[in-house]
Design a protein around this ligand. Structure first.
Ligand code: NAD
Length: 246
């Protein structure tokens, strides 16, 4: 039921990390996949665009739809991070992160919805985060942006369910992507920081990008035909489990 032959998919942020793994996983199940990214990398059907720029999004979505012959699946995955408390980031940084993480989803969805309406199996999957619900320290701005992604996912699911368009999100924990690699490199002791991030997840390790991709593939596929307005945690049990300290 996660076989996707004939499905036409567009993945934002598909040039790296979770998005790249998702593009590969969709293609491995038979989907035709286009990538929208600031840097689409080696993606066979890559379109360079900035989700913070409406004109570039509209052009890239139209070009991707033309190349694929339509769009059935939109994966809104492009996102950026920000560390700190509310005292640490100026307004410009708040505007920038919300512009990419929240309005980016609004822009690509707005551009792709006319295509999705023509699809018999339309699905949108947003990459949210455990930060939407967990109360992580030093992540005020990032968490607020992902809280908005979660609410937006639910509101879009309600708005488009009668049109046959499903909308869900994944909530990853800490995923071993180039993004997290950059965070580790910036730490005083990268190996100790990796151990600390791994220990924060009850499974004791970081999530693999391909493990988040598998959840996105499921939500995008006919196997999830009655699943809409839900957030699927892929976080090593971080959000749901309350273990006693060892
Ligand atoms: P990554 O940095 O490896 O990849 C992100 C991709 O998005 C890059 O290719 C980048 O070029 C692209 N991108 C960034 N800003 C863009 C813009 N304005 N327009 C177009 N493309 C843009 O990061 P990742 O870890 O794979 O993260 C992907 C998504 O997963 C993000 O939304 C992030 O918030 C979310 N997430 C990541 C983690 C984690 O631990 N890595 C955890 C939870 C959620």
């Amino acid at each position: 039921m996660t076989e996707l032959s004939g499905v036409r998919a567009l993945v934002t942020g598909g040039g790296s990390g979770i998005g790249e793994a998702t593009a590969r996983a969709l293609a491995a199940r038979g989907a035709r996949v286009a990538v929208l990214d600031l840097d689409p990398g080696a993606a066979p059907l890559g379109f360079t665009a900035d989700v913070a720029d409406d004109a570039s999004v509209r052009t890239a979505v139209a070009d991707a739809a033309a190349a694929l012959g339509g769009i059935d699946v939109l994966v809104n995955n492009a996102g950026i991070g920000a560390a700190g408390t509310v005292e640490d980031n100026p307004d410009e940084m708040w505007h920038r992160v919300l512009d990419v993480n929240v309005l980016g989803i609004v822009r690509t969805s707005r551009a792709a919805l006319p295509q999705l309406r023509r699809s018999p199996h339309a699905a949108i999957v947003n990459t949210c985060s455990i930060a939407a619900t967990a109360g992580l320290p030093q992540r005020a701005l990032y968490s607020a942006s992902k809280g908005a992604v979660l609410s937006l996912t639910l509101a879009m699911a309600a708005d488009h369910v009668r049109e046959g368009i499903r909308v869900n999100c994944v909530n990853p924990g800490t995923v071993d992507t180039p993004w997290v690699g950059r965070l580790l490199d910036a730490a005083e002791d990268p190996a100790a920081e990796r151990r600390a991030l791994s220990a924060r997840q009850p499974t004791g390790r970081l999530v693999g990008p391909e493990e988040v991709a598998a959840a996105i593939v499921y939500l995008a596929s006919p196997a999830a035909a009655t699943v809409t307005g839900t957030a699927l945690a892929v976080d090593g049990g971080m959000a749901g489990l309350r273990l006693r300290p060892e």
